[in-house]
Design a protein around this ligand. Structure first.
Ligand code: PEP
Ligand code: MG
Length: 594
């Protein structure tokens, strides 16, 4: 799979940011940006009209090219990615930009390519220096647009897709959306970029394509040649260039192990999620993009337990319209048929800003204006989303979920806006489900402490362990310097989960866990033992969780949870649960005779 090219250059291991999981081996395809050499050409007064026409021609041609790329990407990963290209078209057709270009040509007599180069570089620099990482990423779009226009003005033709005929890892300083769109999906196995962050397009598209990717790997291109063997470890954020045969063998073994595991899991698809003593569980999926639906349907999810809606903002730098919200929800609800879809209202802020400006003095964004707090302060934005969710509830069984609720007042305010929006829809004669279940996320310790007051006011709760862990242990979930302190199995976290489950059971309010923890096999044993029967997990974890549930009895899980809860530290609990999981799984393989 990995070519062995005689080389006297040593193996290199680079650490970057893991943005899309999985591992891949293949030969490198290095995408170089051609160096630009522009000569300073001025146009004669008599030639200005012709130069303006040249600019118009290039703008039209680029508009068509972007549309072709949009269609190519939509065919591969779904329409929602069209937003990336719509943003390019908007920039291209921006009247201010056009006026500036025209003025440089007509008044300053610059050649069209110089006008484009100067203006778009200047815009890109302004964006690049913005502290908001989403806006800083837009600099990249402007450079992409500049390259497209220059290709036409200088008659270079777009850099076409390389002909591929073997498993390939694409390496670039920073892939532009147009470059990504032209890659041959049959052979591309993974992406690595020197630049970029989690919110960048490479990251978004790689996740959409379910291809392993590492971004922000630092300067590596000088040391890689097209054809070199490369391993991308998208779980660890590691890139191995020219691996030794030992590394290749190790990763090939791991790939083979993953493939056979997938085959075993696939056999569970049509079996119920049920413990060995007959307790039937609900196995729901967490999704961010409508295109993830096929994986959920294929793995027979009982519904969508968490539909994160932030992607509508992260793929675009303009406010999504009510129709765009509605269409994204309608697709999912229609595809899930009678199965429930829990749509969570916007959880923007902190690490997910979209195009919203960050307040200058927000020193602790995770403790700042995020999530429901942001929605309650931006009522117009909130109402647009509420209207769309309500309209989607006429299509199928929708439930609405409010994130990061910390106080009763916040929950009541959110519900009030929801009810007001219902009145508006009723007046407008639009259909919706008046009884749609309303739930809240329990992801702040304050919500657990007050859970007995919250429960009578909601139809369901969903425990968000990702945030519950960070707010309980005072550990930033995205800070790698304290990653070792971020422990799902910390006894303090477990007690909060237990308290929520007990209170919800007593009040007969359905409860699920939708944080990452509920998709981790050894934690599944513990959560089952604590009484959890509704799991909402990433699509990739659905079958693994089903496998754990089907190999253990509820009785045994209760005993495991009792023992774990007497322990004092996360490491001890983790080790114990992993040991128990090994016993459960090996017992299951023995009893199936494998
Ligand atoms: C959580 O906090 O556990 C959760 C599911 O929400 P998010 O990861 O989107 O913050
Ligand atoms: Mg959360």
């Amino acid at each position: 799979m990995c070519p062995h090219i005689a080389t006297n250059v040593d193996m290199q291991i680079l650490q970057g940011i893991a943005v899309s999981p999985g591992i891949a081996l293949g030969q490198a395809l290095v995408i170089e940006h051609e160096g630009l050499v522009l000569t300073r050409r001025l146009v004669e007064p008599a030639a200005v009209a012709a130069e303006l026409a040249r600019l118009d021609g290039a703008v039209d041609a680029v508009g068509q090219e972007i549309e072709r790329d949009r269609q190519a990407v939509a065919a591969q990963v779904g329409d929602q990615y069209g937003a990336i290209f719509s943003a390019h078209v908007q920039m291209l057709r921006d009247p201010h930009l056009y006026q500036e270009l025209k003025a440089l040509i007509a008044e300053h007599r610059l050649a069209a390519e110089l006008a484009v180069h100067q203006t778009l570089r200047r815009y890109a620099r302004v964006f690049q220096e913005m502290p908001n990482s989403f806006l800083a990423e837009r600099a990249h779009d402007l450079r992409d647009l500049e390259a497209r226009l220059l290709n036409h003005l200088l008659d270079r033709g777009p850099s076409g897709a390389a002909e591929l005929d073997a498993p390939t890892i694409v390496l670039a300083h920073d892939l532009t959306p147009s470059e990504t769109a032209r890659l041959d999906r049959r052979w591309v196995q993974g992406f690595v970029t020197e630049a970029g962050g989690e919110g960048g397009h490479t990251a978004i598209l790689a996740k959409g394509l379910e291809l392993p990717a590492v971004v922000g790997a630092g300067s590596l291109l000088a040391d890689v040649l097209t054809g070199d063997c490369v391993i991308v470890d998208g779980d660890q954020g590691v890139v191995i260039v020219r691996p030794t045969p030992e590394y290749v063998a190790r990763y090939e073994r791991e790939l083979a192990r993953r493939r056979s595991r997938l085959a075993v899991l696939a056999a569970l698809r049509d079996l119920p999620a049920e413990t060995t003593d007959g307790h039937r569980l609900q196995l729901l999926a967490n999704i961010e993009f409508p295109h993830e639906l096929s994986a959920c349907l294929d793995r027979r999810a009982d519904g969508i337990g968490l539909y994160r809606t932030e992607f509508l903002y992260l793929g675009s730098d303009v406010e999504p319209t009510e129709e765009e919200h509605f269409e994204a929800y309608r697709q999912v609800v229609a595809a899930m048929g009678p199965r429930p879809v829990v749509i969570r209202t916007l959880d923007l802020g902190a690490d997910k800003m979209g195009h919203l400006p960050r307040t200058e003095d927000e020193h602790n964004p995770f403790l700042g204006l995020r999530s429901i707090r942001l929605s309650l302060r931006n009522v117009d934005l909130f109402r647009v989303q509420l209207r769309a969710i309500l309209r989607a509830s006429a299509v199928g069984p929708v439930q609405i979920l409010f994130p990061l609720i910390s106080t009763i007042r916040e929950l009541r305010q959110a519900k009030l806006f929801l009810h007001e929006t219902m009145e508006d829809l009723e007046e407008a004669g639009l259909a919706f489900d008046r009884n749609l279940p309303v739930g809240m996320m329990v992801e702040v310790p304050a919500a657990v402490m007050m859970i007995d007051h919250f429960l009578p006011e909601v139809d369901f709760v969903s425990i968000g362990t990702n945030d519950l862990i960070q707010y309980t242990l005072a550990v930033d979930r995205s800070n790698k310097d304290v990653a070792d302190l971020y422990q799902a199995c910390d006894p303090a976290v477990l007690r909060l989960i237990q308290a929520t489950l007990q209170a919800a059971r007593a009040a007969e309010v359905p409860v699920s866990v939708c944080g990452q923890m509920s998709g981790i096999p050894h934690c599944v044993l513990l959560l089952l033992g604590l009484g959890l029967t509704e799991f909402s997990v990433p699509p990739a974890a659905l079958l693994e969780v089903k496998r754990v549930c089907r190999s253990v009895s509820m009785r045994r899980c209760r005993a495991i949870a009792d023992t774990a809860l007497q322990m004092q530290g996360a490491q001890e609990i983790d080790a114990y649960l992993k040991e128990e999981l090994k016993k459960v799984v090996s017992h299951e393989s023995e009893s199936r005779g494998s």
